[in-house]
Design a protein around this ligand. Structure first.
Ligand code: AVJ
Length: 319
């Protein structure tokens, strides 16, 4: 049988269309979901261990302090986690659910099927008796939940990944969660908080250059998935805080005039200094979270806060 030669782009028509749109905008833009191939996921995990990157360890401490009490209070039987990653934080919640003897179902939702099946297998082994039913879905589009869900359920969206979404998309996402919630269910949201700008900027400009490597990895993902010919060395990492929109923006800045080819698209020209925005990471306060919740049909039920904590863990209920 002859080899079937398919161009990589043909295998990823959705991605190609999205990339085409993003790279033809006046401010070129690519979705942060393209950071996370195997290497990108590993780089992100390394970032979470950096001294400058406070969100992950702060959120973990907040979860450890609050979940045993909260799970006992709510009697949660199902954990539905949006963008589950390696499920490290999920274990803190699952342990608390197991402590009450009520842990029945865990639904990790992620785009990466490989990551999901690895995680599911490990967790089934670690939590005998817990049903682990992964859902493969792009949460910016759908949740793809299983039909039967023991209630009450806790929907969790941790790590401040909500910060990657522009407000209308963030509201659509929360509204999608709200639509899947029954009256006794709850929503747990992790949000990075507004604080000293230097501290936020340092978290996205680490001295080891891991964030720069993570940012440039997106170009390798495009090369691999679409057969593009980006030269990652011809782009520089740039991250800065926008004090009006209250967000970090990450860009890849072209270091010279260059033309990049993506099979199936017109050649893409970059002037020296021109950038691709690869991520926004929005920082919140009480008011901005309340506004998002309100627009999505949710209300803030609890937000235990220590003024010194740079990160927030918010419990939401149906409005
Ligand atoms: C995983 C989206 C929460 O926005 O801080 C880390 C990703 N980007 N360093 C964040 C990220 C640069 C991270 N989130």
């Amino acid at each position: 049988m002859p080899n079937l030669v398919r161009s990589p782009a043909v295998q990823n028509p959705g991605m190609l269309a999205e990339v085409a749109l993003g790279l033809s905008a006046p401010q070129k833009e690519l979705s942060p979901k393209y950071f996370y191939d195997q290497r990108g996921s590993e780089l992100f995990e390394a970032i979470t261990r950096l001294p400058e990157y406070y969100p992950t360890r702060t959120e973990r401490a907040l979860l450890s302090g609050w979940m045993p009490e909260l799970m006992a209070q709510l009697g949660t039987r199902t954990l539905i986690e949006l963008g589950a990653g390696n499920a490290e934080k999920s274990r803190i919640i699952l342990d608390a659910m197991r402590g009450t003897g009520l842990a029945e179902l865990y639904v990790p939702i992620d785009v990466s099927a490989t990551f999901l099946s690895q995680t599911a297998a490990t967790l089934r082994h670690e939590y005998p008796g817990l049903v682990v039913e992964p859902a493969i879905a792009d949460i910016s589009v759908e949740l793809n939940l299983p039909r039967r869900i023991p209630r009450p359920a806790l929907f969790a969206f941790l790590g401040s990944t909500i910060g990657n979404f522009y407000p209308p998309a963030a509201i659509r996402l929360l509204a999608r969660v709200r639509a899947a919630m029954e009256p006794g269910d709850r929503f747990l949201l992790g949000v990075d908080l507004r604080k000293d700008i230097a501290r936020v900027e340092a978290a996205y400009n680490d001295s080891q250059g891991l964030t720069a490597a993570f940012n440039k990895n997106m170009l390798r993902v495009l090369n691999h998935e679409l057969g593009a010919d980006f030269d990652p060395d011809a782009f520089a990492h740039r991250a800065f805080y926008d004090t009006v929109a209250h967000r970090i923006e990450m860009h890849l800045v072209s270091t010279r005039d260059q033309v990049v080819s993506v099979p199936g698209l017109e050649p893409i020209a970059f002037a020296a200094g021109e950038s691709i925005r690869t991520e926004i990471s929005t920082k919140y306060d009480r008011e901005s979270v309340a506004a998002l919740f309100d627009a999505a049909g949710l209300r803030i039920e609890a937000w235990p806060r220590d003024p010194a904590t740079p990160f927030g863990l918010v419990l939401g209920a149906r409005a």
